[in-house]
Design a protein. Sequence first.
Length: 307
Amino acid sequence: MSRVLTVGAAQLGPIQKSDDRASVVARLVALLHQGAAAGCDLIVFPELALTTFFPRWFVDDISEADHWYETEMPSAVTAPLFEEARRLSVGFCLGYAELTPEGRRFNTQILVAKDGATVAKYRKVHIPGHEEHEPDRPFQHAERYYFEPSMEGFGVWQAFGGRMGMMICNDRRWPETYRVMGLKGVEMILCGYNTPIHYVPDPSQDILQGFHNALVMQSGAYQNGTWVVGVAKAGVEEGVDSLGQSMIVAPSGQIVAQTLSTDDELISARCDLDWCKRYKETLFDFDRYRRPEVYGPITGQRGVVLD
Ligand code: CDT
């Protein structure tokens, strides 16, 4: 069995509030066609890929936001994406807001096989932003109001001929995210993101957004000997400018493909999953070199404790 997986990063340009899901699904299907023409086995879409990034607005009654969430997947409106993927025999990874039958709200990403079957579901662990309305901000980032953090952690699934993991946006900034999957032998991590350029708590970081995006994904890839596919919803959405720079990162930490625009854009790369071994079996041979006996504080405490 070939260990080369051709993966596509299907960046989306902005989705405005008035764009209905059917028009967004049509854009996803168009990117799916481009990916299939490029020989992709798997196409990765961004975080919250079906709607505008709605946590930028606050509503006092959260049920007023129910229409941004999916209660079933596939649904009538998303079925064409699943059907077209099956017809083209291309897998995909899709981020969306999930509202469960119990009324729980998660920021979710699924992995769908070439036959259209959902083989894995991941719910975002690190939820950034704020819980309460902060009226002085130019825009909200109320993810902590709209989503609960998953307690399921970071899974790694055998799929597409390799060991596949998932993370969502802010997860990519935390080394623990990659390491937990690294300890499960991950070979490719799929990540959708929505990253506003303007970081309200510290605007000095604004010009560093692209640098930080690459820094964390390149480091995470290298330190764990894994491919990382990071995919943006980019551009000016309802007046808020968001980072593009979607990229495919090799286990060496090198960027092998990167988007040039902030619009709908597909990039792809042939990813040799065996490349991971060069790092996993040498410099980052965990079994040989890691020292878990002195890493206790990483799981034993949350914040800083001064000796
Ligand atoms: N979607 C998401 O997690 N975005 C955050 C923005 C910074 S926190 C306000 C990110 O880490 O890119």
